[in-house]
Design a protein around this ligand. Structure first.
Ligand code: IVH
Length: 678
């Protein structure tokens, strides 16, 4: 095709290709919403390369070949999950399990003595993985990632013998979810082989499984003994069964392993008895587990219960108690975090706790050191619970005379004064952005995977650019290209690596709004809160306007998922002139995307609904959750902005007000019909 073009036509075509490829890069990397297949994309890149070979004089400054070339991507390709991969809430005691069961019944508006069946099964300490079959053929394997987007590990999953390549008589679409893990025996043997060959030694079977699955080269995965146990499913073209238990049996029937420790329980006593039985069997099981998972058995009830943030209301992980060990505290170091917080870290004589060597523990804050009476040289008891950072639970040498530890009153990084504000336990450096640790941590957070996710701007480069004076605030990231010439003169930087970095930065000029807000590092504003805030205010400018307005703090704290602590933090952040300047500067460089709701688009999207009176077939919480699923907002009081009032028995003043304002009022049965039809 290329030889048929004249020079002018080739120039035009190259211009179009540059724009097209850049657009597809953006769709793929920023939005995870590609419009074309990988093969179609590759064809565009190939066409561009061939034309450039033929007309070298026409190679454009913004040519995709300069950005992409044959540059090997270090990361695995991303893949959006058809249905989110959720996590579970944790419980650590029988009482919390009892409370969970009661909560489920309350939500379903069932009496406390009603019987609700649950399944119980081990919580496998592996790596969450989704395997998708289309018409019986394995087509995709994906890691959990952030729950919405994972990594494509299809080629690697195909090397796992537990996972069939094809399934007879499966639904057209079948997404099985479970844990990829390595058995304890295989883990020991792998580490021995690694040691003999001078390879990487893994800390535990979970890390070994993760390291083996997330490989660019499936040959490496194939050589590692990975296993799989299913515990659920994602997208399905038809329901597998009416209950969790039966659905898992069907998955087992497809030839995919399911634990034989899965049982159905009708009463809490049975759930707790199974927990104890599994705990007793734990040491003899061939794989690591860290608790027991309970799930509401009836799938129609699971559907009604839905989920909050990232965890289903119908499931719970009942964790085993932490494992403990004794060792010596050799030193206390102070780390300065992104918010200036001074965190003491205990350095220990390394000791094994539950299969992991622990050499460091967080000591949390000044009060915690005082509470434990810690001094250098003390014997301490430490504990490690699941993936929680190890901590000191007891000082075993309290009465020996030793010099007390004195907590610093100056920042070890910049020498500024370090103080604890009234009523606060945390000691913070007052240096702000002049403190290199804070600057570094803030920038690192801003570009991190959960925030802007700028690939290639790692810790080393951030440190280097701060040192050179090129990076002071996040906006400077988007001006780094001005230093291209100087950068190329530096060791370790070549045209390709520099341009890859600039391309990765350019790709984030229109970041996802919530990720951008999260990236600002405002205290207490995690990604879930950032999403809640965006859901309500739509843009960062509107959020700022509200935070700075009179009564803004109260308005903020009334947002779903936002309380007074977050509201105060936002108020504090936006009232600080320096922060406003940093943000203005940043908004000059980038345009965060307004929030797009992932709730169903229905005619109720954006509407405000008020529930009043007593509902009979569901709890108030379930009704609110239903409204949210339709994209509507459930409000507590009737105002002219209310679009619909659902009135149960005995509705009083709110009903009256709605009638006065001429707002549409319906009963519970009519509401149920709306939900069913949406
Ligand atoms: S159910 C919607 N069952 O634990 C809930 N998860 O802490 C989906 N896990 O991401 C999870 N064993 O990777 C479930 N028997 C089990 C599990 C299990 C291990 C993992 C899973 C999940 C994490 C949540």
């Amino acid at each position: 095709m290329a030889e048929a073009l004249t020079e002018v036509e080739a120039a035009n075509r190259l211009m179009r290709l540059a724009k097209e490829i850049a657009r597809h890069d953006k769709l793929y990397h920023d939005r995870d919403a590609p419009e074309i297949s990988d093969a179609e994309y590759d064809a565009l890149v190939r066409e561009n390369r061939e034309l450039e070979a033929q007309f070298p004089q026409l190679v454009r400054a913004d040519s995709p070949s300069k950005r992409l070339g044959a540059a090997p991507t270090t990361a695995l390709a991303k893949v959006a999950h058809a249905r989110p991969m959720l996590s579970l809430d944790n419980a650590f005691s029988g009482d919390e399990v009892t409370e969970f069961v009661a909560r489920v019944k309350r939500f379903l508006a069932l009496p406390p003595d009603a019987s609700v069946a649950f399944t119980a099964e081990p919580k496998i300490d592996g790596l969450s993985c989704s395997v998708r079959y289309e018409r019986g053929q394995l087509v995709l394997g994906a890691t959990r990632g952030d729950g919405t987007t994972g990594e494509d590990v299809t080629a690697n999953v195909r090397t796992i013998a537990d996972i069939p390549q094809r399934i007879e008589a499966a639904p057209d679409i079948l997404e099985v979810r479970g844990e990829v893990y390595m058995s304890k025996a295989d883990f020991e043997a792998l580490n021995e082989r690694q040691e003999a060959s001078g390879g990487k030694i893994f800390a535990n079977p979970r890390n070994a499984a993760a390291g083996s699955l997330r490989q660019k080269d499936p040959g490496i995965t194939a050589a590692r003994p990975l296993r799989f146990l299913a515990h659920g499913w994602g997208e399905m073209s038809e329901p597998l069964a009416d209950t969790q238990y039966e659905a898992m049996k069907r998955i087992e029937g497809f030839g995919i392993p399911v634990t034989d420790l899965l049982v159905r329980c009708d009463r809490i006593e049975e759930m707790l008895a199974h927990y104890r039985a599994i705990e007793k069997a734990r040491a003899d099981l061939p794989f690591d587990i860290d608790g027991v998972v309970y799930k509401v058995d009836r799938l129609d009830l699971q559907e009604r219960l839905g989920f909050v943030a990232r965890a289903p209301r119908w499931g719970l992980a009942h964790k085993f108690p932490a494992e403990k060990a004794e060792t010596t505290l050799k030193a206390i170091d102070i780390q300065v975090g992104r918010t200036g917080k001074l965190t003491p870290v205990g350095r220990l004589t390394p000791v094994g706790v539950g299969g992991v060597i622990v050499a460091n523990v967080t000591l949390h804050n000044r009060d915690e050191i005082e509470r434990l009476g810690l001094r250098i040289g003390d014997r301490v008891r430490i504990q490690r619970a699941g993936d929680v950072i190890p901590q000191v639970v007891e000082n075993l040498t309290r009465d020996e005379p030793r010099l007390p530890y004195v907590f610093p009153d100056h920042c070890p990084e910049c020498g500024s004064e370090a103080v604890a504000e009234e009523g606060e336990v945390d000691v913070r450096c007052t240096g702000g952005l002049i403190c290199p640790a804070q600057r570094f941590e803030r920038l690192r957070h801003f570009v991190s995977r959960g925030a802007l996710d700028i690939e290639g701007l790692g810790e080393k480069s951030i440190a280097e650019f701060i040192e050179l004076g090129w990076l002071n605030s996040p906006a400077d990231i988007f001006r780094l290209h001005q230093h291209r010439g100087e950068l190329l003169g530096r060791e370790g930087w070549k045209e390709k690596s520099a341009d890859n970095l600039f391309a990765a930065i350019e790709a984030k000029r229109q970041p996802d709004g919530p990720r951008f807000l999260f990236g600002l590092g405002i205290r207490h504003v995690g990604i879930v809160t950032a999403k809640d805030l965006f859901k309500c205010f739509g843009t960062i400018e509107e959020l700022r306007r509200v935070a700075l307005s009179e009564g803004g703090e109260a308005e903020l704290s009334s947002v779903q998922g936002v309380g007074t602590v977050v509201a105060e933090a936002l108020h504090g952040f936006f009232h600080e002139k320096h922060n406003r300047e940093v943000l203005d500067d940043l908004l000059y460089e980038v345009s965060p995307q307004p929030f797009v709701s992932d709730a169903k688009q229905t005619k109720w999207s954006g509407k405000t609904i008020v529930f009043t009176g007593s509902l009979e077939t569901m709890s108030r919480d379930e009704a609110k959750a239903q409204a949210e699923r339709l994209g509507a907002r459930a409000a507590g009081s009737v105002s002219p902005k209310t679009d619909l009032v659902v009135a149960g028995a005995g509705a009083g003043s709110k009903l009256k007000k709605a009638e006065e304002l001429g707002i549409r009022v319906i009963n519970e049965a009519e509401w149920a019909k709306i939900v069913a039809e949406a």
